[in-house]
Design a protein around this ligand. Structure first.
Ligand code: MRU
Ligand code: ZN
Length: 213
């Protein structure tokens, strides 16, 4: 029997809420199960006060990259996150991804405005090792996508771009919206969120003191 990831997702959402990254109903978290289904936060639930009832089990249809409610879905009165299509694309493109986390921080939104292009260069910080970049003076950029009212449009733009160009780090930014990471475990996904948020805080602080990157 597989382990239910919901208690960990609840604790993680609470931690991110306390950091100011999942205020109100902002953000969504998901975890893939061994059978390929994934649990995702239900739409519009308060992320600092989630319960097991605030998750929806989804089935991934890898052929079409589409998702539907799993037949064994217990919380049928809940709708899945409005951003489920993005999680589905990540799980489809990255077979090793077991967790996908999306948060809204002030810093993520500020840095997404530092460029008008579709990638944002990151400073060559030691912290990048935590995202799997083991290079001296690494030249790494995070992909940036436009925010769109119709979330499946964002998902299909992510899919189209990542099918051609694999991102250097397991993270993407949606301009004026937030950051999404994916990882091979819940713990790593949590670490990745903390690391990208550290890098964004550094970038905002550096710009504040006129420190060129
Ligand atoms: C505070 S509203 C934010 C939403 O529009 C969305 O961007 C978000 O992250 C949460 O949506 P949800 O449907 O609850 O997963
Ligand atoms: Zn969002």
């Amino acid at each position: 029997m597989s382990i239910d990831p919901r208690p960990t997702l609840i604790a993680t959402a609470r931690q991110f809420y306390e950091m100011g990254w999942m205020v109100g109903t902002a953000g969504n978290l998901s975890a893939r199960m061994p059978d390929g289904n994934f649990w995702i936060t239900a739409s519009g639930r308060p992320k600092g006060r989630l319960t097991n009832d605030d998750f929806v089990l989804m089935t991934l249809n890898p052929c079409q990259g589409q998702v539907s409610l799993a037949p064994t879905q217990p919380n049928s009165h809940r709708s899945p996150s409005a951003e489920t299509s993005i999680h589905a694309v990540i799980y489809t493109l990255f077979p090793d991804a077991q967790a996908c986390y999306h948060v809204h921080s002030i810093e993520a939104n500020l840095v997404s405005r530092f460029v008008s292009s579709d990638t944002l260069p990151l400073p060559p910080l030691e912290m990048l090792k935590g995202l799997g970049v083991w290079e001296e003076n690494p030249q790494v950029a995070i992909p940036v996508f436009a925010n769109r009212l119709k979330v499946p449009l964002i998902a299909s733009e992510i899919c189209d771009r990542f099918k051609v160009t694999t991102p250097q780090i397991p993270a993407l930014l949606i301009r004026d919206h937030g950051v999404t990471v994916w990882a091979s475990s819940l713990e790593s996904a949590s670490n990745y969120i903390e690391i990208v948020e550290y890098i964004f805080r550094y970038m905002v602080a550096a710009r504040k003191i006129g420190f060129g990157l």
